[in-house]
Design a protein around this ligand. Structure first.
Ligand SMILES: *Cc1c(COP(=O)(O)O)cnc(C)c1O
Length: 379
């Protein structure tokens, strides 16, 4: 049997929506499918303001503009995340300050975070890894006490919640991704959740190349002009048309992933009780979207051997990020001075993500679990 790591789940309406987008109307950003998507995302997230963007990365780029980063400002980020969580801010002149994560969730270590705050800390970027919420009450309390902005990298967290509140709507800003590897997809695509009312007009300007075109479209001015920094962060109608069909299926997509997540947890818990394998966890305050299921062992060698054994049996299981603080760019920025972040470093080499997609079957999951059990039997 072969079990891929990921398979796209595309329904019946993606193609018909694309056809309908092509019927006559212009395909640039700002059409009816874009509004449809923004309205639907606002219903799901309960965010006050939703801007569809070209990617999770461009949503984070807009966040960095909105945070008014100045040279010397510090931005605290977990070291175990995708480059975009930090690069948006670094590209606007911020100094990255890397924080360790906790093994159960791979989310930011809040105790360490508290110790990294300085008078220069401008922004805390939290990442809800695997669609599992960070401890937002603690993080918001720390940030409010020091007037620090909180940006939620919710790229993996669409339709995932903290104490019933959608992720990305708790800090000042939230970034969502609809990249092909996420739960709900547009190929490339994203959304920016603007939770602070005073940031919304600038967010619109920045998304539209630094112009006040939004005011022109809304009939407030006769002619639009250059008013801010910006880029081209608005997706085409083709992207929005495809995404709109995906958004109709969000409940099904999430439900299937969450039951697949629970099925792994149930089937591997006996192995965990023997102490040979550890499983990812969901804290009681979090309601996840089943984006990732990962396991980890006590050593890099065991994990690498498990990965090869699964590969030999047709199963693709993958590690994830290179710790950011050890990347060439981080070394260049820091002048070679490396923080030591033991959990990030250990987990990077000892975790494996198991195959996960909405349409994964119980037969496929049984096969994956059986092979994992076989591997440890033979050790
Ligand atoms: C996917 C992802 C991004 C980037 O999103 P894109 O849409 O691919 O630009 C950023 N941060 C995290 C944590 C991600 O998983």
């Amino acid at each position: 049997m072969k079990v891929e790591f990921n398979k796209l789940s595309i329904g019946n309406n993606e193609l018909s929506n694309l056809r309908s987008a092509m019927d006559g109307s212009p395909l640039q950003g700002g059409g009816r499918f874009l509004s449809q998507c923004e309205i639907r995302i606002a219903q799901i997230t309960k965010a006050n303001n939703v801007l569809l963007t070209t990617s999770g990365t461009s949503s984070l780029d807009i966040c960095a503009y909105l945070c008014n980063i100045k040279a010397g400002d510090e931005v605290i980020v977990p070291a175990y995340t995708f480059v975009s969580s930090v690069n948006a801010f670094v590209s606007r002149g911020a100094k990255p300050v890397f924080c360790d994560v906790v093994p159960d969730t791979l989310n930011i270590d809040v105790d360490m975070l508290a110790n990294l705050i300085t008078p220069r800390t401008k922004v805390i970027v939290v990442v809800h890894y695997a669609g599992v919420a960070c401890d937002m009450d603690k993080i918001m309390t720390l940030a409010k006490a020091k007037n620090i902005l909180v940006v939620e990298d919710s790229a993996q967290a669409f339709n995932a919640y903290y104490k019933g509140v959608h992720l990305g709507t708790i800090g000042q800003l939230g970034a969502i991704s609809f990249h092909s590897t996420k739960n709900v997809i547009a190929g490339e695509g994203g959304a920016l959740l603007v939770n602070s009312q005073n940031l919304i007009s600038r967010a619109n300007y920045i998304r539209e190349k630094g112009t006040n075109r939004v005011d022109f479209v809304n009939g407030k001015i006769d002619k639009y002009t250059w008013v801010d920094y910006g880029g081209n962060f608005i997706p085409s109608e083709l992207t929005a048309a495809f995404l709109s069909a995906q958004l109709e299926r969000v409940d099904t997509l999430t439900k299937h992933r969450v039951s697949a997540w629970n099925y792994y947890a149930e089937n591997l818990k006996e192995l965990e009780s023997t102490g040979k394998l550890s499983l990812c966890k969901i804290p009681s305050y979090a309601c996840s979207n089943g984006h990732i299921f990962y396991v980890y062992t006590n050593s890099e060698q065991t994990t690498m051997a498990l990965k090869s054994y699964l590969q030999e049996n047709g199963i693709v299981a993958l590690s994830h990020y290179t710790p950011l603080h050890k990347c060439p760019m981080a070394l260049k920025l820091s002048g070679g001075e490396l923080p030591v972040l033991p959990v990030t470093e250990k987990m990077a080499s000892s975790m494996l993500r198991l195959p996960m997609y909405a349409d994964i079957t119980k037969t496929e999951q049984d096969y994956v679990c059986e092979k994992i059990v076989n591997f440890f039997d033979k050790l």
